[in-house]
Design a protein around this ligand. Structure first.
Ligand code: ATP
Ligand code: MG
Length: 776
């Protein structure tokens, strides 16, 4: 252990060696918070604390796995294995399974992912004959989710006139009924959704003092990473479990709290010292991850937030390169810039693909990056899009498996009862649902008694239904003896799924079959990974639970060499040598939806801080002057976050692709159906050089080292419109929009905007600092 403790600095050693009592480590990005947690667990074990008595909660299961591996190298694998580590959801799903019957759930309960929840909520809205334009499924789901995460049960909701009033005001007076119906249906189906895993854990710990006592006694030491992003439900669980021994260690960074939109409560970290007596507070200040330029730039950004704890972050690392800022004309150009820059860096610095990450605000932005990477044959992987387990063909197989384990699972049943097609139509399905509700039984129970129930289905229909019932029952019999792999393999064939997919010989169809094969391989790995398969049912249930709670990061085996593409939210806690933050434009990042209040804007800024602090050696910030969003070409201004960085840390580069817009050549801008095609070999030389508009490569040579973002306006002062006095009535020419007349000028200083009516008919407001305009 001694040897390992020498891998910590003094500030890190203090919380690591603080064995007992409540403690909090508050520190900026990259200062070793996660490292402290890891070593602290190893230290506790070296001091005789039993691994079974340690609970460690992380942001992803992957993070937990990595921590465990590290601990295993220090204390030995056989001991480390006994640690309870994982996300809140996966740890408490395991506990709920053990205690399920107390809450009236079967221990083989299955888990609804958000897709299943959406489907059920959609079905309920339809059954209730509500207007789906007003009762939007996803909105209802997120509302219900937020109630659950704040422990507002249906009962509590119906006793809370304020909440009901709020939903009435939002023109959704039936929300309470939907909530009630949803909860009852989930319960009857023996399933929990993601939020239930926390809500029901809270219920378990409050309603059953003996259960609380049992887990308090078990988890004598509790550690929580990324504490700033815990929600109320998680907070209460941690509070309850740590109440007896008070050996609770949380680490976090208020500046990295980025999940408020999902219910995370930054007050959990701010109030920690009030929640426990004699809290020891530790701070870490030295960043080991990033260069000086990156650390200082990140500091200069987060400084702008009013709500924050004061923290110092510094680094002894090299100065490093400045942060490169790149402007492109379109999102397509931006993608091409990122791809060419990655190629160049790889060659110049002998790097792997996995040394690079491209981070964006929204998933939709990945497309243009993907196109460009593909064209250059750079392998990449998108994280957090539609995960493997949510693909249709995979969910179909999994739904059969879920139904075997838990025949009450309504969404699983609805998914596969007529897939592959068995001639069981929607009307039949609707009647089954009504019958099930009427008898107070599950749909599967109705199916098992189809000859006895009063239901308007003819004998042909009844036969089809009983064939399906028999099929599922035969799988259940097989499940008594076969292992999960044998069963899944049999199900894929006997259900007709494989046959169905075999009919489709398109590349997509073939890919679907391959995915199923991949799933079966995964199940095989899982089965072989189990030390002894005593109980095949347990192993299948366990596999399904792993799958339901897998985040997309978890599926990454870390073996392939690829560039990582993901949203910033997903990148929390990770690090990469080279990081590209793309789409740095107003209304995109910061998001248009998050600029209404100061606190929303501050959360966006924290998100930017998280993004920038992922970079070890070099960060790139890129933005496009126009971009396709919602099928339309939208003009954009560079994000305020670029400007907020102290300019001494920036290096504004001019994109190689920059060229004068020509609609004949640049069909890309008008929604080219084939955006991948390379259309121009030769960039068109900018012709406006002298007049100050675009700064070309040629010009860059003339003013070495100059900044070309703001300098577009500031450096070339003689001609730039930001400095020149533009007046209403002036005729101007814009690089892309052509000639036009200035209608209005508004704003002051750096924010001066001109409204221009272009000869092509369009009227646009342009920020003069960045607009490529000249007076004609
Ligand atoms: P974040 O806020 O992003 O979650 P963090 O505070 O959890 O960051 P870590 O991920 O633990 O920081 O550490 C950042 C990097 O610095 C890691 O690569 C880690 O291995 C390294 N590191 C931390 N402490 C030391 C140290 N004392 N000596 C050498 N490297 C260190
Ligand atoms: Mg960390």
């Amino acid at each position: 252990m001694e040897k390992y403790l020498s891998q910590l600095n003094e500030a890190q050693l203090a919380p690591t060696l603080q064995k007992d009592g409540p403690m909090i480590v508050i520190a900026g990005a990259g200062s070793g918070k996660t490292r402290v947690l890891t070593y602290r667990i190893a230290y506790l074990m070296s001091q005789g604390v039993d691994a079974f008595n340690i609970l460690s909660l992380t942001f992803t299961n992957k993070a937990a796995r990595e921590m465990k591996e590290r601990i295993a190298t220090i204390v030995g694998a056989s001991e480390a294995k006994n640690l309870w580590m994982g996300t809140f959801h996966s740890v408490f799903a395991k506990i709920l399974r053990i205690e399920a019957d107390r809450l009236g759930y079967p221990s083989n309960f299955t888990i609804y992912d958000t897709q299943d929840s959406d489907r059920l909520i959609g079905a309920i809205i339809k059954e209730m004959n509500l207007d789906k334009e007003i009762y939007k499924t996803k909105q209802i789901r997120s509302r219900i989710s937020s109630y659950k995460n704040n422990l507002v049960t249906v009962k509590a909701y119906l006793q809370n006139p304020e909440l009901m009033e709020a939903d009435k005001m939002a023109r959704r007076p039936r929300l309470g009924d939907i909530y009630k119906n949803y909860v009852e249906r989930c319960f009857k189906a023996g399933v929990m959704d993601f939020d239930d895993l926390l809500l029901k854990t809270n219920e378990l710990l409050t309603r059953f003092p003996e259960v609380l006592a049992k887990y308090q006694d078990k988890f004598r030491y509790i550690l929580v990473d990324e504490y700033q992003d815990t929600n109320h439900s998680q907070y209460l669980i941690v509070r309850a479990l740590s109440d007896r021994f008070q050996n609770i260690c949380v680490v976090g960074d208020d500046a990295q709290s980025i999940y408020a939109f999902r219910g995370a409560n930054i007050n959990n970290i701010l109030n920690f010292q009030k929640d426990y007596d004699d809290v020891k507070l530790f701070r870490l200040e030295q960043n080991y991850r990033s260069t000086k330029n990156i650390v200082n730039a990140a500091n200069s950004i987060i400084e702008k937030n009013q709500t924050k704890l004061d923290k110092i972050v510094w680094t002894a690392n090299d100065e490093g390169a400045k942060i490169k800022v790149n402007r492109s004309l379109t999102d397509g150009d931006e993608g091409r810039f990122v791809a060419s820059s990655i190629s160049e860096n790889k060659m110049q610095n002998q790097l792997m693909n996995s040394d690079f990450a491209v981070l964006y605000r929204t998933n939709a932005q990945s497309r243009s990056i993907e196109d460009a990477l593909r064209k250059r044959d750079i392998p990449y992987r998108i994280y957090g899009g539609l995960s493997f387990y949510q693909r249709k063909e995979i969910k179909d197989v999994l739904s059969y498996l879920r139904l075997i384990i838990n025949p009450a699972d309504e969404e699983a049943l609805k998914r596969v009862i007529n897939y592959p097609p068995r001639g069981i139509g929607q009307t039949t399905m609707d009647r089954l649902v009504i019958a099930a509700n009427g008898y107070g039984k599950t749909i599967f129970e109705v199916l098992q008694n189809i000859d006895k129930v009063d239901i308007n289905i003819n004998s042909g229909g009844r036969n089809k239904l009983s064939d399906f019932t028999t099929l599922i029952e035969s799988f259940q019999v097989m499940n008594q003896t076969a292992n999960a792999f044998e069963l899944a393999d049999h199900v894929a064939k006997a259900s007709g799924l494989i046959r169905e997919l075999n009919k489709d010989s398109t590349p997509e169809g073939v890919a679907r079959l391959e995915n199923i094969e991949e799933l079966l391989n995964g199940i095989k790995d899982f089965v072989e990974g189990q030390r002894e398969i005593v109980d095949a049912t347990a192993s299948l249930a366990e596999f399904l639970e792993d799958v339901a709670l897998a985040t997309d990061l978890d599926a990454d085996k870390g073996d392939a060499d690829h560039v990582a593409l993901m949203t910033i939210h997903l990148a929390k806690g990770l690090e990469f040598p080279y990081v590209y933050i793309v789409g740095l434009e107003e209304d995109l990042f910061p998001s248009a939806m998050s600029m209404g209040t100061r606190s929303e804007l501050e959360e966006e800024r924290r998100l930017f801080y998280v993004a920038l602090t992922r970079a070890e050696k070099q960060a790139y910030l890129t933005y496009a002057l126009s971009r396709y969003r919602w099928g339309k070409l939208i003009d954009s201004d560079p994000s305020r976050f670029i400007e907020e960085i102290d300019e001494q840390y920036l290096d504004i580069i001019t994109p190689l692709e920059e060229r004068r817009f020509n609609p004949m050549l640049d069909a890309d801008i008008f929604g080219d159906p084939e955006p991948n095609k390379v259309r121009f070999k030769k960039p068109v030389q900018p012709t406006f050089k002298k007049k100050g508009a675009p700064v070309s490569q040629v010009e860059k040579k003339e003013i070495p080292g100059s900044r070309n973002l703001k300098p577009v306006s500031k450096a070339s002062s003689s001609t730039n419109l930001f400095d020149a006095k533009l007046a209403v009535g002036n005729m101007v020419e814009h690089l892309r929009f052509g000639k036009g007349e200035v209608l209005q000028i508004e704003g002051a200083g750096a924010d001066v905007k001109a409204e221009i009516k272009f000869n092509n008919g369009g009227v646009k407001k342009l920020l003069l600092r960045f607009a490529k305009l000249e007076i004609i």
